[in-house]
Design a protein around this ligand. Structure first.
Ligand SMILES: Nc1nc2c(ncn2[C@@H]2O[C@H](COP(=O)(O)OP(=O)(O)O)[C@@H](O)[C@H]2O)c(=O)[nH]1
Ligand SMILES: [Mg+2]
Length: 277
């Protein structure tokens, strides 16, 4: 069973709690390839009293049909939902529209009381690697958060005025998923959300091959030259290793190398758009 928590979980939780007090809207990023696996009901409880917008990020790496289905499902649950590709900043308009919509009841109250409507304050949260920094940069239209940076050190909280009417908290809130079962752990490992110390790459690679066998056998046939896609996962990995010449010193098939290869190729989208939910 895959177990994983960030080392500074307690601190991260306290930080989100503190920051929540001063924001109007929380934007929670989920990986569009497996949005449900990225969630954590306990952490979402903390956010309950705020307006929550769910953004299915990395939509460019997900299957459009699956993303639409996930969006519809989450909308039925009463959330504001948008999809986004933060690598190319596609979809930010939809997100900006949702921010406006979610804030309008609060703004209306301010106006009724004859107060000036202040800019809406937004905080971004999500699991590691889901694209929080990239997303913040897209929304801001400039580089303010460092992409690929490991979370941990907190600088002072700062508000960034990204539009006339929107302020964004510069440090995103780190969340961690609630891992309920083996399958969910494998998805999170495949999406590079949980640290690599928590799993065996070979296990995750076998899961990936299973996904490919079920929904994308052509990737196995065409990209990896696997002739019989009905073979067990282990044998398919061995066939890929042979085809790619991934052998260890003694001439044996190198299962570590082939596992790492397929995981990397999935993660950077080289196999095409492949959703896990
Ligand atoms: N393809 C794709 N890659 C993304 C997207 N958003 C972020 N990434 C990549 O995912 C990795 C982690 O992004 P980062 O913004 O640092 O995530 P954070 O840990 O949540 O802040 C980086 O390599 C980004 O380039 C996206 O929408 N599509
Ligand atoms: Mg980051």
């Amino acid at each position: 069973m895959i177990q994983w928590y960030p080392g500074h979980m307690v601190k991260a939780r306290r930080e989100i709690e503190q920051n929540l007090k001063v924001v109007d809207i929380v934007i929670m990023l989920l990986d569009a390839r497996a949005p449900l696996a990225c969630r954590n009901p306990e952490l979402e409880q903390m956010i309950r009293q705020k307006s929550l917008i769910l953004v299915l990020n990395k939509a460019d790496l997900a299957e459009a049909r699956s993303t639409s289905r996930s969006k519809a499902y989450l909308k039925r649950q009463g959330y504001w939902v948008a999809a986004m590709d933060s690598l190319h900043c596609r979809g930010s308009k939809e997100v900006l529209d949702l921010i406006k919509k979610a804030y309008s009841p609060v703004a209306a109250v301010m106006m009724q009381k004859g107060r000036r409507v202040r800019p809406v304050r937004v905080m971004v949260v999500g699991v590691p690697n889901v694209g929080k920094s990239s997303f913040i940069n897209c929304l801001a239209g400039r580089k303010i958060a460092r992409v690929g940076e490991k979370p941990g050190i907190t600088r002072g909280r700062q508000w960034l005025r990204i539009r006339e009417d929107i302020e964004l908290m510069d440090t995103p809130g780190l969340m961690w998923p609630k891992i309920e079962d083996e399958k969910q752990g494998l998805k999170l490992a495949l999406l590079n959300i949980i640290g690599e110390n928590a799993y065996q790459e070979y296990d995750v690679a076998r899961y990936l091959v299973e996904v490919l066998k079920q929904g994308h056998p052509d990737v196995l046939r065409e990209r990896y030259r696997v002739q019989n896609v009905d073979l067990p996962e282990e044998e398919i990995l061995a066939a890929i290793a042979t085809a790619r010449g991934l052998l260890s010193k003694g001439g044996q098939i190198d299962l570590d190398k082939v596992s790492r290869l397929v995981l990397q190729e999935y993660r950077r989208g080289a196999m095409g758009s492949i959703s896990l939910e």
